[in-house]
Ligand binder design. Sequence first.
Ligand SMILES: *[C@@H]1O[C@H](CO)[C@@H](O)[C@H](O)[C@H]1NC(C)=O
Ligand SMILES: *[C@@H]1O[C@H](CO)[C@@H](O)[C@H](O)[C@H]1NC(C)=O
Ligand SMILES: *[C@@H]1O[C@H](CO)[C@@H](O)[C@H](O)[C@H]1NC(C)=O
Ligand SMILES: *[C@@H]1O[C@H](CO)[C@@H](O)[C@H](O)[C@H]1NC(C)=O
Ligand SMILES: *[C@@H]1O[C@H](CO)[C@@H](O)[C@H](O)[C@H]1NC(C)=O
Ligand SMILES: *[C@@H]1O[C@H](CO)[C@@H](O)[C@H](O)[C@H]1NC(C)=O
Ligand SMILES: *[C@@H]1O[C@H](CO)[C@@H](O)[C@H](O)[C@H]1NC(C)=O
Length: 651
Amino acid sequence: MSPSIFLLSALAAFAPLSFAAKPSAGDPCAAIAGQTFVLPADALACLKSFPFNETLRQNVLTDNIARVFDFYTFEDYYLNSPPPFQESTANIRAGLAKINTTKYATDYDFNWDLYNFITQLNDGHTRWFPDCYTSFQNLLPAPVVTLEVDGVQAVYITPDLVDLVELVGTNYTDLITIDWQRLAGAKVVEIEGQDPYAYVDFIAKTVSGNYLDHGVRVNSVFSSYRLSGDAYSQRFGDLAGPTGVAQTSLTFKLIIVNSTKVETVTVPYIASFIGTPFTDQASYWTNNCAANANTNGVDLKVNAAKLSGNVVPEARRQPKANIIDKSNSSAVGLPPQFEPTLPTIGTDASGIMHSYILPGNETGVMFIGSFEGDFDGFQTDTASAISAFQAAGVTKLIIDLSNNGGGFVCLGQFLHQYLAGTNFGYPGFQSSARANPLAQKIVASDIELGLNAQFSFYTADNWAFLNGTQMLADYNYMTPDAPIVVNGKVDANSQRFHDTCELTFDVPIPATPPFDLKNVAIVTNGNCASTCAMFSTLMFERHQTKTAVFGGKPFENVEYKGMAGNQVLEWTDLDTEVKTANLKDDPLAPADLLVSGDMRHNWRTAWSFFNEQEPIAYVSEQVPKLRFPYTKDTYNNPQNLWLFAEKTLFA
Ligand SMILES: *[C@@H]1O[C@H](CO)[C@@H](O)[C@H](O)[C@H]1NC(C)=O
Ligand SMILES: *[C@@H]1O[C@H](CO)[C@@H](O)[C@H](O)[C@H]1NC(C)=O
Ligand SMILES: *[C@@H]1O[C@H](CO)[C@@H](O)[C@H](O)[C@H]1NC(C)=O
Ligand SMILES: *[C@@H]1O[C@H](CO)[C@@H](O)[C@H](O)[C@H]1NC(C)=O
Ligand SMILES: *[C@@H]1O[C@H](CO)[C@@H](O)[C@H](O)[C@H]1NC(C)=O
Ligand SMILES: *[C@@H]1O[C@H](CO)[C@@H](O)[C@H](O)[C@H]1NC(C)=O
Ligand SMILES: *[C@@H]1O[C@H](CO)[C@@H](O)[C@H](O)[C@H]1NC(C)=O
């Protein structure tokens, strides 16, 4: 350690003393307790009332997060992210070391710095969520959209502003101190003194996270339609609905509808509380910040015995690949007049998709909001929608993946297999995990303990050899490792393997494609995460499926897939692996968190079919170039968008 680093960390260690004597002028958390909507400054006063604590920093940063990063498949890619993903370049270890030695006044300042650093890796699978400080979503009564009007694209305040914001409720609107309704549809000329698209770029770079591609993040800055569960919703977007309470207002220069005059309007944010209720500072900490029974993992050997008197858990767990979008937990509805008016067809057992037949009976639409719903229900819904399409003589299929946050890895492969037919063969990618020393010990220990996929995602029976034969649970695919070289660094990986999703499909899959695959098209805003990105990449790489991307900044690329890692492990999942393998005492094992939070990470790589040396996450796939701006008719109206797509994509 260099002397200056020592000095800084020594100073930091003394910091709690100087903040121990807090002003006793009231309890800033009691002042906002019990209210769903509060001013961001008042929320921040509560969040900043907890002094910096070096013990917690070392627990979170050194003993937990730095060790979780040992498992992160893309660590070395960050050293020099390939074009067009250069913005996501970071030296992760140097970044952590800097946060380790920065002097912070409050626990919030430390955690928020760490939250931003990890968010800006732009990998939705690899995030730090300190529950204490992600408990508010700021809401600006002025979500923005990018629209083409009379052939010119520009940024507008969302035209359906009044209907949308009223859905948040009067407890929200009562706190807004300006005449916000008149902003509906206003043309935005400047935001915070910058060109509106430049400010959108700034939010995409500093707030959005989740997606490696800048263009995809630009679309998450704007307001957009989505399914939240199976309900239609309009996402406020990352400018108008960011996590946290960092900002109190935004200043716009804009032109109100039917006016020609540019005026300056400062719009206040109001913070919406999405955490666990509390009454004062102490209970805020206990209920939102301190570790609880669900924060850390469990030894599944012990747990299964406790729960069922049986040492074998009920069933094999399903691998997941999804993002966590905090804005989904308080999702605002899509104003009902913009929901599809066509009747839905097929079953709704998954709770995440709606299917329709467009007028004329030529085109079916499946709007798939995520891959997160009921696992068997998703399979039933797919089969029932497709048989209804066939019964109606439908020959074309549009799949809407807008704002699909991903979900079960195997449901993405199921949908691909269903559309491609079983004759197509293996419906997934080659995959691998990092073979760091602790990962190697976990696999070796699982083998020694006789564990299998019911206990562990690490055991080999989760996977198949590349020839399709399922591995036996006691096969060691981690040792010897298969090194790869990334940005000049040698990284130990496991052997390559295939998923074994077909073992969990329980709806019969047709042998041949139900539709000519040339007549299948995907529409998306690029915010298509994880399982969604793997599904759309499979459709493109294996079938050259037409993929139309809507929105984005004019003349700037938007990838059609957002974030194509592979399986994500939450902190609890990784800790459960370590504890179940009896390795919690290993010096390499990440420590239990003392605070409530989740350091999730991308645990497996999906390798591109086009180039099996490249993770699909890093393959820029800009073809086929079907790119459309949103219009006033389509930005919040899925049915209008599908009618446009039917006319345009199948012409
Ligand atoms: C810092 O946090 C630890 C762990 O929660 C706690 O034991 C300790 O009392 C805290 N230190 C201060 C100065 O509050
Ligand atoms: C943080 O600093 C402490 C004290 O110097 C050191 O022991 C620890 O390894 C550092 N952690 C990281 C992640 O740099
Ligand atoms: C609005 O706030 C009041 C007072 O806090 C509360 O009683 C009421 O339930 C809230 N209304 C809604 C719709 O949440
Ligand atoms: C969004 O929220 C809905 C309703 O709470 C939930 O069913 C769904 O799983 C969530 N989806 C995501 C992607 O977080
Ligand atoms: C703008 O002008 C049009 C045409 O005169 C009118 O129909 C519309 O109601 C006006 N909108 C607003 C917000 O004043
Ligand atoms: C589409 O199918 C429905 C239901 O079978 C039928 O009532 C309708 O007439 C059909 N429309 C066209 C244009 O064929
Ligand atoms: C598949 O490959 C594995 C490992 O090389 C081998 O043990 C197995 O026999 C092969 N299965 C078939 C059906 O060829």
